[in-house]
Design a protein around this ligand. Structure first.
Ligand code: ATP
Length: 365
């Protein structure tokens, strides 16, 4: 197993900078997700770690060994692609054992390894089946088996569940995480799906336009987003932003919000008056008659235990997550009260979070 470190990693395609100076360390045995919208540089970063793409600048270290210019085949890393091309003329055991056969391993040893791998994946009963007769999930397991059988130092996975329907993807997420817990191999998992990243990863790097915006535990990223991009990308519905203009002083516990004042977590830096955004997650809002922000209920989406209620205010349309039992009438005038200790503040020009008592260890990538 291996620790993976990337230092000042850059990749340009002609004039276009696809990866713009990434720095991070993936601990030995960790499940690390790279999360971001299409085109943000996730796959390019993964391909550089695998040795399939040469960086324009920067270093890649595997267990402190510089492998930046090492060929992919010498890195002992398994790359699992989205589309699993199994060999249709081979049965499951032959598919799984194929990489070992290519290495020239003795038949008896291959048999042993294939048995062990199939046991870990709980597909021993399928070993003599043809792959064309397998269900989608079993095909994924065979493909994983083929990657695992070499016992690589790390697994790199590029949207491996992207082609599956939602219900099956959810099932495979818990299987992948369970498998990771049993074999403990360092895993780098690329996805644009926040739920996949949040549910499986120990740590997440959120990427945007070639840059790592934040690296942290799933909960840190959700609770203390380092930028407006992260706050908006994570969470469904995303964080609400209410714009205002004000200066901030370290030690303040309230902000001047238009013609009123709102309690916030203690501010930990001084800021000259500028465009700011107050960030509030939908679940940290409730209706209260005397609340400072008021508006008219636009709609309500019933979700079982909760409902998403949208309210049109002078600061834009705000989404609140309320218990589904809360009485809501479309068109009704309501006041919105925010849970002050969970509020976030951002500088609109840079998009970055302002340090507050709620910032904790949130870290800019
Ligand atoms: P997706 O999920 O859509 O693959 P991604 O975050 O993985 O997105 P990348 O595939 O890393 O993004 O691509 C990052 C950017 O680099 C994109 O704008 C893409 O068009 C560009 N790019 C990637 N590979 C090449 C290439 N070989 N030549 C030119 N541009 C490329």
């Amino acid at each position: 197993m291996a620790q993976i470190r990337v230092e000042s990693l850059r990749k340009s395609f002609d004039q276009f900078a696809a990866v713009q100076g990434s720095n991070f360390t993936i601990d030995d045995g960790a499940f690390f997700a790279m999360l971001g919208p299409s085109g943000c540089g996730k796959t390019t970063t993964l391909r550089m770690i695998a040795g399939l793409e040469l960086p324009t600048e920067g270093k890649i270290l595997l267990d402190n060994e510089d492998v930046t210019f090492q060929r992919a085949s010498a890195r002992d890393i398994a790359f699992v692609f989205q589309l699993f091309a199994l060999y249709p003329h081979m049965n499951v055991a032959e598919n799984i054992g194929f990489p070992l056969k290519c290495q020239g391993m003795a038949r008896r040893d291959i048999y042993q390894r294939v048995q062990e791998t199939a046991k870990l994946l709980r597909i021993e009963h399928l070993l003599s089946n043809k792959t064309s007769k397998l269900s989608g999930g079993d095909r994924q397991r065979v493909a994983l088996g083929r990657a695992m059988v070499r016992r690589p130092k790390a697994f790199l996975m590029d949207e491996p569940l992207g082609a599956l329907d939602a219900e099956f993807r959810h099932l495979m997420c818990s299987e992948l995480r369970d498998l990771h817990d049993r074999i403990g191999a360092t895993t780098v998992y690329v996805t644009h799906d926040q739920l996949e990243a949040m549910s499986m990863a120990d740590r997440i790097a959120v990427m945007n336009e070639g840059r790592v915006e934040q690296i942290g535990l799933p909960q840190e990223i959700y609770d203390r987003p380092a930028s407006m991009f992260v706050a908006d990308f994570i969470g469904s519905p995303p964080m609400n932003f209410l714009r205002f203009e004000a200066g901030l002083r370290s030690g303040d516990r309230t902000i001047s919000f238009h013609d009123t004042s709102i309690a916030v977590p203690e501010i930990r830096e001084d800021r000259a008056s500028a465009g700011m955004a107050l960030g509030v997650r939908p679940e940290h809002i409730r209706f209260a008659d005397a609340a400072p922000v008021r508006g008219e209920v636009f709609g309500a989406e019933y979700l079982g235990t909760t409902q998403i209620v949208t309210v049109d205010t002078a600061h834009g349309r705000i989404a609140a997550r309320l218990p589904s039992s809360a009485p809501v009438r479309i068109g009704e005038r309501v006041g919105l009260e925010f849970r002050s200790e969970r509020l976030a503040l951002f500088d609109v020009a840079s998009g970055l979070a302002i340090r507050t008592a709620n910032e904790g260890s949130a870290n800019h990538g």
